[in-house]
Design a protein around this ligand. Sequence first.
Ligand code: ADP
Length: 424
Amino acid sequence: MDRWKREIAIAALWIAVALVLGSIMGYRAEWLLAVTVVLLTRQSLAINELEQRLRHGIFRDYRSRRGIWGDIYWHLWKIKKSEKKRKKRFSKMIEQFRSSTDALPDAAVVLAEDGEIEWINRAAHEVLGLKKSDKGQRIPNLIRTPQFVDYLKSHDYQHKICIPSPVNDSVILQISIVPYGVGLRLLLAQDVTQIKNMERMRTDFVANVSHELRTPLTVLKGYLETLQDMDNVPLGLARSFDNMTAQTNRMQNLIDDLLLLAKLETKAKKADCVDMLSLLEQICHESDLLEKDERRIELTLHTDCNIIGDRQELQSAFSNLVENALKYSSPESHINVGWLKTADGGVCFEVEDFGEGIPAHEIPRITERFYRADSKRHQKIQGTGLGLAIVKHVLMRHDARLDIQSQLGKGSRLRCLFPAKRIC
Ligand code: ADP
């Protein structure tokens, strides 16, 4: 029989005995009351014992109790045993996690909602100078670099930032933040000094070489001009001079573009309010002048928004796009240049041409340095392969991005998309 049925049977038996005794000896109600009080007292004592055992977690001696209460203690003892096992497993996992994060060369810090430090690994001490005793303190009070404080406050963690280490100025740290859980953030700091130094060496090398090549090239160009101006130059030689001039011009363009890219990588950013109307009119006018007879560019201004940034850099980027549109489409076709608002509140500069377009598989690669789309038609068109790399870099410095849409045989539309925060 089930324990609980037995329990009910015992209670029923007690009541039956009370009824029998009440019938024989009289006072049936009193007998019934007495039995009910006994039964209730018994259950109250058992509940009291359960409360005591729950409070102290003692269920091991479940055998000392019989009946339904013995069963309850046995179940509770089983739950407690599995809970204990789970706890042990968890502490082992936490211990393993702690030792693995302590072995990490990168600093890891768990931050609560208001930036209070909840947990740090060992590297956080070496790299960021944080101590275990800093737990509970707000991190902006300990790492005060303005760029870091702004990054933390911005809650926009799509990109990473680089700051000097608070412990050692010569160490450059790359900081990234990953939000997780409810209001928690994991801050990671990686030492990128070596990578940054290598990048700087590469930029310096390219800039120095380009700069040093400028003078001999100018001398060569000078001599070539003198030779071309000479009278009675044999026809074969004149053709060679023309080829040499074309090649030196090409080299000059390459050097100019390389120097511009190096400047974009090192120069401090400007934040002027650039008058877009005059800039766009200037770009279209100057680009149109490059064309022999026809005026091909149609400029449409849908908005009078201006942009916070560097006028010279924006001019280089936009001119590159307009010149590409002119270069890579037939001399009779039109080019549409537009300045308009976007659906997300930002603003966009777009250049549309009706040339041969760019093959879909080449689109992701054409912004790479020196990449030129493999087209027989393009072989005769002069270029350095650096134009769109410059555009991409300039846009990056203005929190903007380049969107390329193209259909083979129909044309291309290249758009520079600026976020609303850049409008002035
Ligand atoms: P380039 O000096 O060769 O023009 P860019 O970086 O400006 O260098 O462009 C890279 C390549 O992208 C070009 O070689 C060309 O093949 C392709 N390209 C760029 N703009 C256009 C365009 N409007 N139409 C077709 N192809 C284009």
